[in-house]
Write a protein that binds this ligand. Sequence first.
Ligand code: ADP
Ligand code: GN1
Ligand code: MG
Length: 351
Amino acid sequence: MLNQILEKFGINALNYQIEEFGSGLINSTWKISGEKNYILQRINTDVFKQPEVIALNLSQLQTYLNNKYPDYLFVAPLLAVNGSSLAVNEDGIFRMFPFVDNSTSINSVTNYKQAYEAAKQFGKFTFLLKDFNAAELRDTIPSFHDLTLRYREFENACLNTTATRLEQAKWTISEINRHNDILSTYEELKNSGKLLVRVIHHDAKINNVLFDGNWNGICLIDLDTVMAGYFISDIGDMLRTYLSPANEDETDLSKIVVDEQCFDAIYNGYLSEMGTELTSFEKEHFIYAGKFMIYMQAIRFLADYLNGDVYYHTTYAGQNLNRANNQLTLLNQLIKLEDKIRLTNHSSIKE
Ligand code: ADP
Ligand code: GN1
Ligand code: MG
């Protein structure tokens, strides 16, 4: 099946090696190695219902960035022989990217430089696009980071799940309810109009940044959810995935700890690019951003567990419930340390 797709991009599969690659939870990814190297992806069309919208957004961004910042590495999809970046066969919808040679990605942070550099990359992306009209981008997943909607989906999942899953998730559900002030704060912030609408990546996980051998950030990848949004989405996902050396799949909850120095690295890395662009109101909500994204991710994993594991790729039964518990543990750890983080280095952060 992949051979036929490669042919559509003018590549003869006989001269290349194909291997599964990466650890994303949504799309399927292969590395194609040969004279040149490529990344081939099958788009999960249950999640991205209009792949052509992604292609359109990326092509607008590519044109803008290539004109204004020709040295910026924007990893855009390649065009197939027929001129489209999407190639279709009976197995699905695919696209190809040039493989960024001599790059690595990681699933958890092992040193502060990685956190600083990754945060700098996400900051740089939003900074370079500060004069691009975010409203020109179409939503690839409508209401993607709308916590109000995610909370409603979770409530519906509670009503429609099986008695067994509801019982298994008892602690998790009570923790979600205990922390629902995070939802009220989100609604207040949204209604205040003080969070600016910017071009946001919306999936600022550590494995969506490519590094060189010295842990310098090279570029961002996984641009499917680049849309108009709030900075709390990207800062929040960075805090969610860099603050603890244990990632979202860790089941030994005692390994989930929040590293304050890592917080500083994310703060300084992001502000090294966005420092002049973020308003003081936005800066005041830097820690809230972490709580917002960790809480939303816990809700999304839990809702998927209650719905019968239909969204996130899983490798064992109960994995989504474990992931939700992991995220709630991380949330509790961040809340425990937030006053200390403010007092030591960040007195300007209010929420
Ligand atoms: P997913 O949406 O499933 O997370 P990604 O686009 O993040 O998929 O790709 C999965 C992995 O493949 C990444 O974490 C990275 O290791 C690798 N990868 C993706 N694109 C490239 C690229 N252009 N060059 C090198 N590696 C890449
Ligand atoms: C998904 O595709 P991937 O693995 O980078 C998800 C993110 C979640 C993340 C949790 C489109 O990202 O929103 O934060 O899993 N992407 C989509 O690991 O739902
Ligand atoms: Mg990814």
